[in-house]
Design a protein around this ligand. Sequence first.
Ligand SMILES: Nc1ncnc2c1ncn2[C@@H]1O[C@H](COP(=O)(O)OP(=O)(O)OP(=O)(O)O)[C@@H](O)[C@H]1O
Length: 575
Amino acid sequence: MIFSEQKALRHYLYSLFKSNKIKIVSSVIITLFSGLTRGGSIILLLPLLGLAGITGDSDQNSRAFKLTKAVWDILGISFTLYTCLIIYILLVLIHACLGYIKNLLDVSIVQEYKQNLRNELFSAVINSEWGFIKNAKNTHIFNNLIDEINNIGYSVNLAVNSFSTFALFFFYLATSLYVSIKMTFIASLCILPLLLVQRKLNNKAYKSGVAMYERHESLFNAVLEFINSFKLAKSYSFQGRYETEFRNITRQTVRDEYLFAKISAGTSILYEVGSAIIVSIILIWAIKVVHMPVVDLLLMIYIASKLLPTISSLIRVFQYTLNMLPSYEGVTNLLLKSRQNREENGDKLTVNGFPEKSIKLSRIGFRYDEEKPILDNFSCEIEVNKTTSILGASGRGKTTLVELLLGLLKPQAGKVLLDNIDLNEVNLADWRKMTAYIPQECFLFNATIRENLLWVKPAATESELQEVLKLVAGEFVFTLPKGLDTNVGDQGVRLSGGERQRIALARAMLRNPKMLILDEATNALDISNELMIKKAIDQLKGKITILIIAHNQYLHEGADETIDLEAVHSTLYPN
Ligand SMILES: Nc1ncnc2c1ncn2[C@@H]1O[C@H](COP(=O)(O)OP(=O)(O)OP(=O)(O)O)[C@@H](O)[C@H]1O
């Protein structure tokens, strides 16, 4: 974890307050007014009892009676049962309206906080370097973006309410001090032991939050892996194994939730019993020692009955916040790391008119981990508008080389040069706009064939789409009942592997790239379709730069240049 627990808590509260200062302060002010109207309506009930003759004359000397009468005198209205009832109804009405406004305000604070955090995290991740995303677990990103931010949102909701509860606490405390300073002091002393016991429970709440965070990730992992390997699981008849694994995770999730519920319930018991003891002490003090008037005594009991649950509720919110804190730390860590790995493009050179001659890899050193270099002091040159074959057995670094060329990965040593201009100085977004890369695992969106094609060129005309499809995909799209409007399903599942590759190729061609990179892009095609692709590529020869990675030898036929990574590997690993 980047933060310590306390630092994370401060960071969270500060970020929450900073996110929407005005709305949070307004919510607190509304709560205070709401508390005043509620308090006023309650205080008003006491003189009402006196006016109705229910309590005795001695209570007309009470503070509540005198206070109400003084307010009536200021307002210039006569102090009768009817005026008291009208003011009472008015206060209740104002209280209800303020409650309505506050509810809407709180919802907008929570939703805006969640929305901002989610947007910030998404844009930090999507703008980070490919090398960082490649090594981050999908489920980690997914879980933080979806589940953990929802969890934080729930906690924000409680926190926003507790800002108001906090304000109410001071209101009740002030009223309590007004009625009796001594009794308030005694009550505060009684609460101290409760707070000390509380500390242990708080620590447990945080630890249970850590376990819950890890469990959420396991759950997301299980779901995503299951979805991705559904066909494999079915064909190997592993449904039973999946079910057992899934049930284990959900059982542990319940156990974690239960543990936290126990901590929370324990806190409630502590405060319920503690409050009863405190109220008893106050009553003995008020009745036996200070002989308090009945009306003030009722007011005191009312305040105690409000103040103590307020403290208990604040403590439980605090505990829930501690339990949620690992989610906040998880989201913030991912946000910070993504920002640290941000792909900077700001003031870099726009790619305009270059490369005219060549793209060079100069003395490149690259490794994913310490032990195993993929490239070491490696140099090669790819001539512009020529076709270059990249050769080498599986795992020799062909895809890695392409990712270095596109600036998706950064070499630890050496440079990638576009006509002697260091790729580090170049605006990568610009550079990649000139290229079309078809990776081994072609991805299609769950949309129609037309939408998949238009993704790269939204303004493409119908005839452009048809032309490019005929060139690399053959007639198959036009024989489908819905033609271009056929939905391809999740990741293109409704098409065959070869059909998916042909659509992916058509999509890349539609981009009119200056450099086309085929990375095993035809490995699912039969010979006749592969020949069709070869023919289409041959038509582009000499017009654009083409890089071909293919295990099938004849796709390499007619290439102008060859980069042999097998030779590189033999030099690095002689045996
Ligand atoms: N993110 C990664 N972390 C660690 N090692 C990696 C990572 N990606 C690739 N490798 C390793 O780097 C080596 C080169 O991988 P690469 O995908 O570039 O090979 P390739 O020549 O394209 O292989 P193939 O022909 O099988 O696609 C492999 O040994 C692979 O295990």
